[in-house]
Each structure stands twice: as C-alpha cells, then as structure tokens.
Design a protein around this ligand. Sequence first.
Ligand SMILES: C[S@@+](CC[C@H](N)C(=O)[O-])C[C@H]1O[C@@H](n2cnc3c(N)ncnc32)[C@H](O)[C@@H]1O
Length: 238
Amino acid sequence: MPWTNGKMQMAIEKSSRFEFDLLANKYDSWYESTKGRMYDRLEKKAIGRHLPPSTKGKKLLEVGCGTGHWSQFFSKYGFEVTGVDVSERMIDIAKSKNISNASFQVADGHSLPFADDTFNVTAAITTLEFVHDAKTVVREMVRCTDKREGLLIIGVLNTLARFNRKRQQDSESIYAKAQLFSPSGLKQFLEPVGKLVIATVGFVPKQNLFLPLAPVIDTLGRILHIPYGVFITAKVKL
Ligand SMILES: C[S@@+](CC[C@H](N)C(=O)[O-])C[C@H]1O[C@@H](n2cnc3c(N)ncnc32)[C@H](O)[C@@H]1O
C-alpha cells in the first residue's frame, strides 16, 4: 500500500460514511448471533434467487466486501470472486479466511481499479448505504460489468423496516450515518440502469421464541410485496 496512514485515513473519510476499520474485528459477530443467523439465511436465499443458474467461469466483483462474508457465499456458488473494500482492516480479515477462488484488495467503489466490462456480475451487499455517493459507485459498477449479459446484484437495508429505524436511532452505531433506501426509492434509483427485479425480504419475528416461523413469514411477506422487510434485494440486467 503506497499511502501513508494519514493519507489512507483521509481517503477512507472521503469515500465511506463510517470508518469500518474500527469495528472490523467484531463485524462477523452479528452473523454468529441467533437473530443474525436467521437474517443471513433469508437474505442469502433472496440474493440466490437473483443469481444465474450457471456460474462456470463467471467473474464476480463484490464492492464493499467487508470481511468476505458474502464473498464466501459467491465463491461457494461457483463464481471467481474479486472483493474490494475501502477498509484495509476488513480486507485483512477477508484475506485471512483463505476463501477459495477469491482475491481481495483495498479499493474505493467511487473509482474502481478495473477495466471496462471486466466482470459478468457486480454485487454490492449493504454497501451503497455506507458510501458517500451511491450514484457514482453504481456508475462505476456498471462500467466494470460486461454490457452484453452482465448483472448487478444489490442488497440494501430498508428504511421502512422498524428494526432498521431503531438501529439508526443509536447514534454510536454504523447505521446512524448510513443512507438507507426504501423499496420505491431503490426502484427509482436503479430503474434507469437496466431491467430491474426487486424484492423485499427479512421478515423476522421480534421474539426469538417465534424465530422458527421466520422462513414462512418471510415467504408470505415477499410474495405479498409487503414493503417492511429489513432487506431489499435487486437484480439489474444491463
Ligand atoms: C455494512 S458493511 C458490509 C460488508 C459486507 N458487504 C457484508 O455485507 O458483510 C459496508 C462495507 O462497505 C465498505 N465501504 C464503504 N464505503 C466504501 C467505498 N467507497 N468503497 C468500497 N467499500 C466501501 C465498508 O468499509 C464496509 O466494509
């Protein structure tokens, strides 16, 4: 990394709404909690529905890959994964997981270090809420994606979900500074980019006792297009 620490710090502050280096070490603990595991299961199912059936030889770029949690999912799915993140500490953790068919590097989503049309799929999962300028990041994602058959895969937190609104009220949390989307806001934002499929998922009961019912409630919420699920997923065919 050719930057000094001071310059690196300034670059992170300019590109991200939150300095993820500070919580990189404990970031994965959410995915290990009882509720976190259930949300993760439902979110992966929903993103999986957007992915192509054949991934052989396909290259996927993940912008804001964090600790590589989703990179692992994409790698298991059969993609050759390139993960980028502006947080050096998050990238160190992703690298330490030795995920097969995945490589990681520090890079800013506002200015991706890849040639036009390099990837078949470009994904950003709970990243657009944390960048300074989501429009520029999406424009960069499109530039790096193959225009003939390429896909963008997006996952964002829903501002209409009560669970997320509560998270945002905690001024110390990463969510306080995040710019969440509503289902209609995301639709409006992504419709000009290509052919869009959007879904709202992540309907999980508040009490852990009822957690086993979550997959059924989630299916109903998605099918009935109830706009209050925690997570919004989108597929854009370029
Ligand atoms: C909430 S975390 C999500 C991490 C991962 N996608 C996941 O879902 O586990 C948001 C990530 O976006 C990264 N990020 C924020 N701004 C960025 C930017 N401009 N370019 C690249 N990554 C960025 C953060 O460093 C952080 O790792």
